[in-house]
Design a protein around this ligand. Structure first.
Ligand code: FAD
Length: 385
């Protein structure tokens, strides 16, 4: 196995850094907003469109739909790189659930042109609406229902914690169409446009990480045409699980990038902070914390890269994706904790970005399948082998 990162990926990485350092960070500094209150949507859109112009937004989407056609290995390296900046605007360079969604590739050519292409261009955004108050980890137990009425489907139910829900141009919504079958063919995926009668946003759900991106979506006799069924009727659960599986490796890659940045910041601080007449970096208690994070970072990065490389060889990597997400997201939480500890009181102050990162990374152990669910996937694979 060749561990060399291809030259074209290195070139891409350099141009990504240039974009961030020359354009995105200065824009963020100039705008001077409080990320805990929410990042201004117009700024996020500006970064998104510029990112598309430079070929970053939609980088892993098929070229025929305006994407960059980048493979998994290249994609994880880009996701890792972008996470090394403790910035709120860089989230709009590649995007999360609001961005180009591979789930839409299951749609008809007309759906792809109408819904996917504008998102790949950065002109529109979407959201992924699966979770409900009574159905989180156990997604197959969703209660939102869709009943066919002639050429339409009537959707009723409540989704919550939906990222970009307040701003999305359309939602990718999962609803029960056959109560008996559920995960085995009874859940269907629908595209529901903003402004469709019967769809409204409920309360904004403020988070520990700050911002105003999560909200409830309420469906009250919301009618969508049959042509807005995404994929086949009854195949929505499989589509949702496939989508989440793909996103998990990107989350792991982002966690690796953040861990590297947290470690670097901690090493730098430990070298220059003097107490009892010596830099704290000379103390074994500090060194061991840093050494442990560095060791685990090495392991996590290799897990992510190797998994990505094997996906590009055409292998199914369900277990390894779960392992990578579990390990890297747990690690970045430990790294953030160590960073606060090494920085002492300064690590806890809002003057430095460390405390915000500490709060933000906590979500990574929950979103797109909690750590416990990753362990469940790993164990299930072991028992089936
Ligand atoms: C910031 C943020 C953004 C989000 N964005 C979206 C979004 O855009 N779209 C969307 O659809 N959802 C979104 N979610 C929801 C997210 O996917 C769920 O929160 C997650 O799947 C967990 O579900 P839950 O919160 O209902 O927790 P629960 O499922 O109730 O879990 C509670 C605890 O029980 C544990 N647990 C559950 N089942 C088991 C089991 N069988 N064995 C052992 N332990 C178990 C869990 O691991 C967890 O520790 C978001 C959540 C957050 C925090």
């Amino acid at each position: 196995m060749d561990f060399t990162i291809p030259e074209e990926i290195e070139i891409l990485r350099r141009s990504l850094r240039k974009f961030i350092e020359k354009e995105v960070l200065p824009m963020e500094e100039k705008a001077d907003f409080d990320p805990d209150e929410g990042v201004p949507q117009e700024l996020l859109k500006k970064v998104r469109i510029r990112s598309h112009d430079l070929g970053f937004w939609g980088i892993d989407m098929p070229e025929q739909y305006g994407g960059g056609g980048l493979n998994t290995m290249g994609t994880v390296i880009m996701r890792e790189e972008v996470s090394k900046y403790f910035s709120s605007l860089t989230q709009s360079i590649f995007g999360g659930p609001e961005g180009p969604s591979k789930i839409l590739l299951a749609g008809t050519e007309a759906q792809i042109q109408k819904y996917l292409v504008p998102v790949v261009k950065g002109e529109q955004s979407c959201c992924f609406a699966l979770t409900e108050p009574n159905a989180g980890s156990d997604a197959a137990s969703i209660e939102t229902s869709a009943v066919r009425d002639g050429d339409e489907w009537v959707i009723n139910g409540l989704k919550h914690f939906i990222t970009n829900g307040p701003y999305a141009d359309y939602a990718i919504v999962f609803a029960v169409t056959d109560r008996e079958k559920r995960a085995r063919g009874g859940i269907t995926c629908f595209i529901v446009e903003k402004g469709t009668p019967g769809l409204s946003t409920g309360k904004i759900q403020r988070t520990m990480g700050g911002g105003d991106s999560q909200c409830e979506l309420i469906f009250e006799d919301c009618r969508v045409p049959h042509e807005n069924v995404l994929g086949e009727v009854g195949m929505g659960f499989i589509a949702a699980m496939t989508f989440l599986g793909g996103g998990r490796l990107n989350i792991a890659a982002g966690a690796v990038g953040m861990t590297e940045k947290l470690l670097k910041a901690s090493v730098e601080y430990a070298k220059q902070r003097v107490q009892f007449g010596k830099p704290i970096a000379t103390r074994q208690a500090i060194q061991w914390m840093l050494a442990d994070i560095a060791t685990e970072l090495y392991a996590a990065r290799n897990m992510v890269y190797h998994t990505a490389w094997r996906i590009d060889q055409g292998e199914m990597m369900v277990k390894e994706i779960a392992m990578s997400k579990l390990y890297a997201t747990e690690l970045v939480n430990r790294a953030a904790d160590v960073a606060v500890q090494v920085h002492g009181g300064m690590g806890y102050m809002k003057e430095l970005p460390i405390e915000r990162v500490y709060r933000g990374v906590r979500a990574l152990r929950i979103v797109e399948g909690t750590s416990e669910i990753q362990r469940f996937i790993i164990a299930r694979s072991l028992l089936q082998e």
